[in-house]
Write a protein of this length. Structure first.
Lengths: 607, 181
């Protein structure tokens, strides 16, 4: 590391300090001098295309874009002269004349559009140039967001985000001159794109209404919404979320830029999966009567469930909970454990093995960031942990990290891999080649998922270590990251709750008379528990099944009593991510309808 | 009552929804104060058609057809100060959405394909104003002296602009008193 060199310069007459290598904009921002920007975005490579951040350097006749110009010690910068104001106004007017920016019909009006805000500040009440009124297409074929070229100012924030943060480079610029426009892949639609992950980072980066979230469009300005910082509970990464709410509903969800885990980035599941998908919410307790579930009051549902479990003293009873339960629920589960003969948490395939010796992998994301070699065994983050997949892609594309994927099926990450072996070859040649590929890596990171703990997985791990050792002084494994599939499975397992992977085996131990299932806000309502038809049969043989769930599913159809669960944005508490960090959940909304927190339901019934 | 002659004002409604005139009426009791200072002549509100020579001309709406252009040019020729009221006059705004289509497509959509039409035909009469190929804002035809942005502008914005102009000052727009939507 070269020692950073301090320097001083004056900006608008104010003495400012910075370090060599910083841009004028960075020094100004750090010293509290505001320079207007449009195409600039922190954490992205400066583009210098919009010319809003132009400044004058004393002694130079030119104006320069401060976002892309290194600050020089001793220089005197002017950020707001009459000349600069005139030029900025001209730039804005040209942007307006170039496309069809019709504010009244834009979903980002009333405070959410940077272009509009900048123009208000510049006092623009009319445009001095003839409008071009170009014919521009819209693309609303994407699952969660649309692109309206009429409102695009070609700042390329979406292009750079897609390239540098999500790492897929789906977006780019097509054509030349006035025909420049944002293109998806090789000029297809979002719906047709094979590379777009629907992460929505481009939408979050867009300063105008060109890219917009469909589900949030026209629900009112985000600037008027209440914001709540919470944690995503879709997977064990634990990304920070900012939930925008208004009139008792979620308007939009963005990544929390202040979260050190995801730094504002999210995957499609976290950004949209929790709120932009149509799902049938259960709003009232229900009791089965004459074969049909009928809505009843809480008091009635509680008394029905209570009498069922207390009437028969000899009943074999079981409680099965989602691995999304909060850390706070551990206490409840311990307290009420006596009421049940068996308590388990249902986990993903092969996940029970890593829950028997739960280990947290501290500092993983930081190590992944700096890795020069990444090995994935039995895990496909592009399906299950989107933000980790983004980190892997950027490590490969930006830093030239080697990527080796050893797992049982094809992955979207294969395109970035040096070696991807859907079926692992046992040939010596394969392992020798692998040793060569990774031989020069000094900061190797090994990420393994639940299926690495199967006999096949363990064989692969053994061979891998042998292959790396065979390469002499070779590769050093800097970190081994154990990546579970379920949100809070490691913390719950650490607290001693048994992980249940095979539901039918668990049910088979001894026939149950009473089973309570807490599915909570599992997106499918817990339906995946019944994916094998014989489990449904087994469930049918149980005398009494009580289900706590937020969404209707085949599981609730099989229940005698259904209690409506609160969902992620209605919960307080904490979860522990795969690195072992305890992260807070904060309710952005009160529980919808008559739903209640799963913990509270258990306590009411059994405590 | 002062002997000072009242300032004569005319307003015209070109290609727009009349929302700006509605917003003007939203001045409510301030209209009484305004009436003490100005005299309304031709306007959709007074229903006087012929524009006389006035001090201030106020235009709502974009220029969509030849009649709009004629009214605009007449107003410009007969007023001392011309004010563009609202986004349509300044930017084309919603009426300019049709600039994305060819004129023939616009006619077909409006007179033949529209959901409420059973048997329709595109009118062809000298009585009906001819559409221009593209909807354009008024400043692309005539010199505009002041603008009141908004769709429609708030009554407060209209009041601010009018009182400033009556006091002989140009309105100064900033994030607190201006919006485009």
């Amino acid at each position: 590391m070269i020692a950073s060199k301090e320097m001083t310069l004056t900006i608008d007459g104010k003495m400012c300090t910075g370090t060599q290598g910083q841009t004028i904009l960075e020094v100004a921002t750090a010293n509290g001098v505001q320079i207007p920007t449009l195409c600039y975005m922190k954490n992205l490579t400066p583009w210098g295309g919009c010319r809003m951040c132009i400044v004058e350097i004393q002694g130079s006749p030119k104006v320069v874009p401060s976002c892309a110009t290194p600050a020089v010690a001793g220089s005197a910068i002017v950020t707001n002269s009459a000349r600069l104001q005139g030029l900025r106004r001209l730039t804005l007017e040209l942007l307006f004349s170039e496309r069809n920016h019709i504010c009244p019909i834009c979903p980002m009006n009333k405070g959410d559009c940077d272009l509009q805000q900048q123009s208000y500040k510049a006092g623009i009440d009319s445009i001095r140039y003839p409008y071009l009124y170009p014919v521009q297409p819209e693309d609303v074929s994407g699952r969660y967001f649309g692109l309206d070229h009429n409102r695009c100012i070609l700042c390329t924030r979406c292009v750079r985000t897609c390239d540098e943060i999500e790492g897929v480079h789906t977006l780019d610029i097509g054509n030349r001159g006035v025909k420049n426009h944002i293109i998806v892949d090789l000029n297809v639609t979002f719906g047709e794109s094979v590379t777009c992950t629907s992460c929505g980072a481009c939408v979050a980066a867009c300063p105008t209404g060109a890219l917009f979230d469909k589900a949030a469009a026209f629900l009112g300005p985000l600037s008027k919404c209440q914001q709540t910082r919470t944690t995503c509970s879709e997977c064990p990464v634990g990304c920070g979320l900012v939930v925008y709410t208004k009139d008792n509903r979620v308007v939009d969800v963005f990544g929390d830029t202040e979260s050190p885990i995801n730094r504002g980035h999210l995957c499609a599941r976290g950004r949209y999966g929790t709120w932009a998908e149509p799902r049938k919410r259960i709003l009232q307790p229900m009791v089965r009567r004459k074969g049909k579930l009928a809505p009843v009051s809480w008091d009635e549902a509680i008394s029905v469930a209570k009498s069922a479990i207390s009437e028969e003293a000899n009943w074999e009873t079981g409680l099965l909970v989602t691995p999304r339960m909060t850390n706070e629920s551990v206490n409840t589960l311990r307290q009420i454990g006596d009421h049940f003969d068996r308590v388990g948490m249902f986990v993903a395939e092969n996940e029970a093995a890593i829950c028997t010796t739960p280990e947290f992998s501290a500092d993983s994301l930081h190590r992944l960031q700096n890795a020069d070699g990444i090995i994935l065994v039995g895990v496909d983050p592009s399906r299950t942990h989107g933000v980790i997949a983004a980190r892997i892609r950027t490590a490969v594309r930006k830093h030239g990290a080697k990527l080796v994927i050893l797992q049982g099926h094809r992955s979207d990450l294969d395109a970035y891999a040096d070696i991807s072996a859907p079926v692992v070859s046992l040939e010596r040649k394969f392992w020798k080649h692998l040793g060569e590929v990774l031989g020069n890596s000094r900061r190797l990171v090994l990420i393994h998922g639940p299926s690495a703990m199967t006999p096949v997985g363990i064989t692969i791990l053994d061979r891998l270590i042998t292959a790396l050792n065979a390469h002499g002084d070779a590769a050093k494994i800097l970190a081994t990251i154990q990546l579970p599939t379920s949100t809070n499975s490691l913390a719950l397992a650490t607290a001693g709750i048994e992980a249940v992977e095979d539901i039918s085996a668990w049910l088979d131990v001894q026939p149950l008379n009473y089973l309570q299932i807490v599915a909570g806000d599992e997106p499918d309502g817990g339906a995946h528990l019944l994916k094998e038809s014989h489990v449904r049969t087994m469930l049918g043989e149980i005398d009494y099944v009580v289900v706590q769930a937020a969404y209707e599913s085949v599981l609730t159809e099989a229940a005698h009593v259904v209690f409506p669960s609160a969902i992620w944005c209605e919960k307080n508490g904490s979860i522990t991510n795969f690195e072992g960090q305890e992260l807070s959940l904060r309710a952005a909304l009160p529980p919808h309808g008559e739903s209640r927190d799963d913990n509270a339901i258990l306590e009411t019934l059994f405590a | 009552m002062s002997d000072k002659p009242k300032i004569k004002v005319a307003t015209a409604w070109l290609g727009g929804c009349s929302g700006c005139h509605m917003s003007f009426l939203d001045l409510d009791e301030r209209l009484i104060d305004l009436a003490k200072l100005v005299e309304f002549t031709a306007s959709p509100i007074t229903d006087v058609k012929e524009i006389p020579h006035v001090d201030v001309g106020i235009i709502e709406g974009a220029v969509c057809n030849d009649e709009n252009e004629h009214v605009l040019r007449t107003m410009r020729a007969r007023c001392k100060v011309l004010i563009a009221l609202g986004d349509c006059a300044m930017t084309g705004n919603i009426p300019a959405l049709r600039n994305q289509q060819k004129l023939q497509e616009v006619f077909e959509r409006a007179y033949v394909e529209s959901e409420s039409t059973q048997v329709g035909e595109v009118p062809d009469s000298s009585e009906v104003p001819k559409l221009l190929t593209k909807v354009r804002p008024i400043q692309e035809f005539v010199k505009v002296d002041a603008c009141i942005p908004g769709c429609p502008p708030d009554a407060d914005a209209i009041w601010y602009a009018l009182t400033e102009l009556l006091a002989g000052r140009a309105p100064q727009w900033n994030p607190t008193n201006m919006r485009y939507d």
